[in-house]
Design a protein around this ligand. Structure first.
Ligand code: LER
Ligand code: MN
Length: 277
């Protein structure tokens, strides 16, 4: 046994180009993930999604699997809402959306992932001013989440996709400067490969503030398909006594099921032998 658990990304509907291996019915996907050896499913959905909480509780109790996190990206990619939108009504609607995700996460006993829906600094924007605006909104969300026992897993994403929180160091500094005690760093091996000069040092720098971890190989296909050193990555997670989820977020090639099967088999084979020491 290792100190972390394994998750896998899911959305009801997702194209084959997106790094979400599982799709279809949520409850069937949770059961399938459990059959494949995963502990949980990460759900990419809208803030309005209607969960059958009772059914999910029963499934968890029966050992049929569970949800590990709610991802908020669709608030932005489908809903067009972000915290940094210049239109204050849109930014306020984004805040409301985040609160809905947090309420649902509380019911489910999970955390939320914040990534794209924070928004960006526009090309002509004053970075300092936008960071101050983001800090103000994240302080409110941090308090809201904290009072509900939910953590905000803030994903560190490469600079081709967003211009805020591209490295672990930048993200940790923002948390410290704004006393965001319920925000945790969410690293992703794919993004680290593009941004972190030393990904192992980035994991160590996060230490106890590492709250979530996405894995895919260097081409974003399943772990074990490419060049990343997952033995060393998992050994570094063991070194910091990481206790969260290691979630497979990879392109579903050669097929959804094969990617999901190969990913978990490879990760388990890469677990450090001496992790307990
Ligand atoms: C989401 O977890 C992520 O990693 C981003 O690249 C958006 O897909
Ligand atoms: Mn990710």
């Amino acid at each position: 046994m290792c100190t972390w658990k394994y998750g896998i990304s899911f959305a009801e509907s997702t194209p084959l180009t997106a790094p979400l291996p599982l799709d279809g019915d949520l409850y069937q996907a949770i059961k399938k993930a459990a059959r494949l050896g995963y502990d949980a499913v990460e759900v990419h959905t809208r803030e309005s999604f209607s969960f059958d909480f009772q059914r999910l509780e029963q499934m968890k109790e029966a050992g049929e699997g569970c949800i590990c996190a709610l991802v908020t990206g669709r608030l932005y990619t489908e809903g067009g809402l972000s915290l940094l939108d210049n239109n204050s009504d849109v930014a306020a609607a984004a805040m409301g959306g985040f609160q809905s995700y947090i309420d649902k996460a509380q019911r489910l006993g999970v955390d939320i992932v914040l990534g794209w829906a924070k928004g960006n600094v526009p090309p002509d924007g004053d970075r300092k001013e936008y960071l101050a605006r983001l800090a103000e909104k994240m302080r409110l969300l941090d308090a809201y989440a904290g009072s509900r026992g939910v953590r905000i897993l803030t994903e560190v994403i490469n600079h081709y996709e967003t211009n805020l929180f591209n490295t672990a160091r930048e993200t940790l500094r923002f948390f410290a400067e704004n006393a965001l005690d319920h925000c945790y760093v969410h690293l992703d091996t794919y993004h680290m490969g593009l941004e972190e000069l030393d990904p192992y040092a980035a994991i160590r720098l996060c230490g106890k503030r590492l709250g979530y971890f996405h894995v895919s190989d260097n081409t974003r296909r399943y772990p074990g398909s490419g060049q990343f050193d997952f033995r060393r990555i998992l050994a570094t997670l063991a070194e910091i006594r990481y206790q969260g989820y290691v979630t497979v977020e990879c392109i579903p090639e050669p097929s959804r099921d094969t990617a999901a099967e190969r990913a978990i088999a490879y990760l388990k084979a890469c677990e450090p032998m001496d992790w307990q020491i």
